[in-house]
Design a protein around this ligand. Structure first.
Ligand code: ASP
Length: 582
């Protein structure tokens, strides 16, 4: 081996030992009489020292020729440092170099390999192998590894079997857009890359596997954002002979286990909230409950007082920004500008200051008497010093806008501490969503989700009202995972496809394999999947999933390091029976 130890492990107890270390040159400091090299590997940094007069001249000359990121191997004795560095674990010692070998020279890297680098996103992605040398990226990958190991341990202890499912499957029109792969041997035909192993894991239940999981790549050809990549990883799970309650317990257990083992954080029992309550009180289906600021609906107290905006609104709803009554004109204007941004889409913002002296000041004083404003304060349970912010308009749009305002304010007020974790389950989602453009229902989760038993009858009379036997796990306003109890009965599955606008023939063509399997003794089953990249980001308190993926793609879906996607040559196109129209 080209080393006896790593650059992260030597301590004061090792003084006197002769060691060989190998790694990358982080820094060289040449003070004439003395020369220090910071040597770095995955495990840390150790200081090497050479001294004019004491060290061999040839070795000093090699050292003087070193620059950042050269790969070297050094042999020498561990000695105690005269000036110790308390900031690093190896800071009490250094290596008095007796032998130094340059293993490989490095060009000057395009950005500094330091925690705070000067490299921009694209540059770092182009030289990702250099970026990964940086501690923050490496620790992100280490965290990912820990989470996957602990996930496997936990699921294995509950008898889950990891089974691999195929990557070359069949394109289906439901869900997101598929990535497709042309088949050379079947001209004109295509495989699709899986958006998830959903149907396969259900078939594994029919196959009697009973408990399945897979840490698996999924592919969706969607527009990208900071928390989306065209290929991403799921912890995908399925169980037989279980109820919703069993699934919730099992996977609440998994997440509790991961927080405990990986972050040493003990989570309390997860609260549960219906979808309807999440929408009513937080205006979104993945509420951040690290802070309160619940919505209060005001229709019953604000209407018919002569304020046309409220009179004509379907919903008047507000939040209490506690302790913000001293907000200045400028701050309130900034909040108004925020809600009026096109992506938020509110037309204006009404405020009520509950002043510290007990008086009220609102932007609609003209229409509401102090007594009426006192009623507003009362429904919010507001006290002196609070600031009530109110939006009005169409119900869905207004809730969405207020939800954004709530998060924005919480950010401003520092209420979203990334080190605080507030998980919850959101339950009782609607089964279907009406799509006005296509004039048909879409499955809110996916077409294999079972309706709630209590709502079976509504399937034929009023499908829009049916609740799904589905659940999402949310942490800090992020959907960490979701799943459902599945349909395991051919007739119900057929009915579902028919509600989704499939003819019997289309359903049979696309999902016949699953419906046929349901005729051979399909057990009741249920499952869920977690977004694994997102899980890593949440555990680290980060928004972007990119740093948790070794080789991510940029916002245009490109891998800028290998420069992909790329054109293929005419021969390949011909083999695949493809022609490109330019
Ligand atoms: N396959 C689903 C998804 O990708 C998860 C599940 O229902 O298990 O969202």
């Amino acid at each position: 081996m080209l080393r006896t130890n790593t650059c992260g492990e030597l301590r004061i107890e090792n003084v006197g030992k002769t060691v060989v270390l190998s790694g990358w040159v982080q820094k060289v400091r040449d003070k004439g009489g003395m020369l220090w090299i910071d040597l770095r590997d995955r495990y840390g940094i150790t200081q090497l020292i050479l001294e004019e007069g004491k060290s061999d001249a040839a070795i000093l000359s090699i050292a003087r020729g070193l620059s950042r990121e050269d790969v070297v191997s050094a042999e020498g004795a561990v000695i105690e440092r005269s000036s110790k560095n308390a900031n690093i674990p190896t800071g009490d010692i250094e290596i008095l170099v007796a032998k130094l070998t340059l293993l490989n020279k490095s060009k000057t890297p395009p950005f500094t390999i330091e925690d705070d680098t000067d490299g921009g996103d694209e540059l770092r992605m182009k030289y990702r192998y250099l970026d990964i040398r940086r501690t923050p990226v490496r620790t992100a990958l280490e965290l990912r590894h820990r989470l996957s190991i602990e996930t496997r341990k936990y699921l294995d202890s509950f008898n889950f079997l990891e089974v691999e499912t195929p990557y070359l499957i069949k394109s289906t029109p439901e869900g997101a857009r598929d990535f497709v792969v042309p088949s050379r041997m079947n001209p004109g035909e295509f495989y699709a890359l899986p958006q998830s192993p959903q149907t396969f894991k259900q078939l594994l239940m029919v196959a009697g596997i009973d408990r399945y999981y897979q840490i698996v790549k999924c592919f969706r050809d969607e527009d990208l954002r900071a928390d989306r990549q065209p290929e991403f990883t799921q912890i995908d799970c399925e169980m037989s002979f279980v109820t919703q309650e069993d699934v919730l317990q099992t996977f609440e257990g998994l997440i509790t286990h991961l927080f405990n083992k990986v972050l040493n954080v003990q989570l309390p029992t997860f609260p549960r909230m219906t979808y309807a309550d999440a929408m009513t009180y937080y205006g979104c289906d993945k509420p951040d409950i690290r802070f309160d600021m619940k919505f209060v609906e005001m229709n019953s107290i604000v209407k018919e007082k002569g304020f046309p905006v409220f009179d004509s609104a379907e919903l008047v709803v507000g939040i209490n920004a506690s302790g913000c009554s001293e907000y200045t004109r400028k701050q309130l204007d900034a909040l108004t500008d925020f809600v009026k941004k096109p992506q938020i889409g509110a037309t204006g913002l009404v405020y009520l200051k509950c002043n510290l002296d007990g008086t009220y000041k609102s932007s609609v004083d003209k229409f509401y008497s102090p007594e009426e404003l006192a009623k507003w304060a009362a429904v919010f349970g507001a006290k002196a010093g609070d600031l009530i912010l109110v939006l009005a308009g169409g119900a869905d749009k207004t809730r969405k806008a207020l939800s954004e305002l709530r998060l924005h304010l919480a950010d401003e007020l520092g209420l979203r501490d990334p080190k605080v974790f507030k998980p919850l389950w959101v339950l009782d989602f609607p089964l279907l969503e009406w799509n006005e453009d296509e004039k048909r229902f879409f499955a809110m989760h996916h077409p294999f989700t079972s309706p709630m038993e209590a709502d079976f009858a509504l399937m034929s009379s009023d499908p829009g009202k049916v609740r799904a036997n589905a659940y999402d796990m949310v942490i800090n306003g992020v959907e960490l995972g979701g799943g459902s109890v599945r349909i395991h009965n051919r007739e119900l599955q057929k009915q579902m496809f028919s509600i989704l606008g499939f003819t019997d023939e289309e359903a049979q063509n696309q999902f016949g394999f699953l419906m046929n399997a349901f005729e051979y003794g399909a057990p009741p089953h249920a499952g869920l999947a977690f977004g694994f990249d997102r899980m890593c980001a949440i555990f680290s308190g980060k928004d972007s999933i990119r740093d948790f993926i070794a080789f991510p793609k940029n916002n245009s879906g490109r891998d800028v390091m290998i420069d992909s996607p790329s054109v293929i040559d005419a021969k390949q196109l011909l083999d695949l029976s493809l022609t490109i129209n330019k």
